[in-house]
Design a protein around this ligand. Structure first.
Ligand SMILES: [Fe+2]
Length: 437
């Protein structure tokens, strides 16, 4: 009898194990440590931390650092290796931060450049040759998007993934190096990103980790502004903390979450003026980036973007902004088209992509139930790719570091507000809000 009972129990156990799904709970990866890599000794006048950014129509800014203060700010370039048909001279700056003195930070604008063309270039008249590819002049155009990068093993993993995809411009919605006042970490970050940032333009805006203000000693964003000069003058802004640029039919606006944004602020006035100048025939897509998300159903940084949202969302809605990218929350979230806190077919798609891989780890606690506007949310490290195919259609995908690069954990076709007819509907409202003094 006992033997029969044992056989029965074993049989039931086997049947249950076959019929029930195997439950293997996914374990979130732990944060990874900041990478430590000794800086290779170089001749003081050789360039390091080379990165490039768009600088007005058909121009590119080349930025690099030398230890030698007398090194020239010259860039030689051409379309064949080793044959530099052109050269440009630029400017240089440096800064001190408590006991730290930066190297000579060079910024040199080159151009006019051909679209979609590989250029070979050299910084300071000597040293290694770099190569860059200019973005296309028309659709399709592809953006890689990753915020809150830092410089950990996860950062390296994100960069390795991005390196495997074909893209034209990198967009970074704030929190770059996580130097947090340790200035040598800015130099480490510059070295870490150089392979990618010297080859494709990196268009960045600042986050809280760029503030680094020491009362009575150092202004906020001093290191960031010196090292990551963006095309603010080219877009008629008076501050490196907010600017815009155009690439292949897309008008991109970078805003500052940590600089004044109320109706009386310079940033607000500049944004209003910039939006009113956007020609949707020339740039059918309108994209905005800033650091602190307005639509966030993660417990991390909940409500921090409310003030900026109250001040600026009416402008973005009136102008018909297609997409907003934010960072700050170390996770990924994609919204429906939204406005005033709820879904609206003529609103903006908000994407939080602060999961680049910094040392603070992931933000894993979400608000329940999921808000009606939230379409996808997950706390994993990764990056996004936005391929704008034409004036009406774009394909967005999100890629986790845990997966191989081709795997898309979230993907969606996005129809532009022009494509959906919303922009025509907004014309009157837009003229009232954007053109009025
Ligand atoms: Fe942040």
């Amino acid at each position: 009898m006992e033997t029969k009972r044992m056989i029965f129990v074993i049989l039931i156990s086997v049947l249950l194990s076959l019929s029930l799904p195997v439950r293997t709970d996914y374990v979130r990866p732990q944060p990874r440590k900041t990478l430590h890599f000794p800086r290779e000794p170089k001749h003081p006048s050789l360039p390091h931390q080379v990165h490039i950014s768009l600088a007005g129509e058909n121009h590119m800014r080349i930025s690099w650092i030398t230890d030698d203060n007398s090194a020239p700010s010259i860039v030689e370039y051409g379309t064949l290796p080793g044959q530099y048909t052109f050269s440009s001279s630029g400017e240089a700056t440096s800064y001190n931060y408590l006991f730290y003195s930066s190297g000579k930070i060079h910024h040199t604008v080159i151009g006019p450049l051909e679209h979609d063309t590989v250029y070979f270039y050299r910084c300071g008249g000597q040293g290694p040759e770099f190569q860059l590819k200019t973005p296309p002049g028309q659709f399709p155009v592809t953006f890689a998007v990753a915020g809150d990068l830092g410089q950990t093993g996860w950062t390296k993993s994100t960069l390795d993934h991005i390196d495997q995809c074909k893209y034209d411009v990198h967009l970074l919605p704030g929190d770059l190096s996580y130097a947090d006042c340790m200035q040598h970490l800015w130099d480490n970050f510059g070295e870490l990103v150089q392979p990618l940032a010297s080859a494709r333009p990196w268009m960045v805006t600042q986050g809280n980790h760029e503030k680094e203000k020491i009362p009575f000693f150092t202004d906020a964003f001093e290191s960031y502004n010196a090292r990551w000069k963006m095309p603010f003058e080219e877009s008629e802004s008076t501050s490196n903390l907010y600017y815009s640029f155009e690439v292949a039919g897309v008008h991109v606006i970078m805003l500052g979450s940590y600089t004044d944004y109320d109706e009386l602020s310079d940033q607000y006035s500049w944004l209003k003026a910039d939006l009113s100048k956007v020609d949707r025939k020339k740039t059918p897509w309108l994209v905005v980036l800033f650091h602190v998300p307005w639509y966030n159903s993660n417990h991390a940084h909940q409500g921090e973007g409310d003030g900026m949202m109250t001040a600026m969302e009416p402008l973005l809605y009136a102008a018909g902004v297609d997409l907003v990218f934010a960072g700050h929350v170390h996770a990924y979230e994609r919204s429906k088209r939204v406005n005033k806190g709820k879904s609206d077919p003529c609103g903006t798609v908000h994407i939080t992509i602060g999961d680049g891989g910094n040392r603070e780890g992931l933000a894993q606690k979400y608000i329940h139930p999921t808000p009606e506007w939230s379409m996808f949310r997950e706390a994993s490290f990764g990056h996004g790719e936005l391929k704008i195919v034409n004036s009406t259609h774009a394909f967005w995908s999100w890629h986790r570091n845990d997966d191989d690069e081709p795997v898309r954990s979230d993907q969606v076709w996005i129809i532009s507000l022009i494509g959906s007819g919303c922009l025509a509907e907004k014309a009157y409202e837009s003229s009232k809000i954007l053109v009025s003094p």
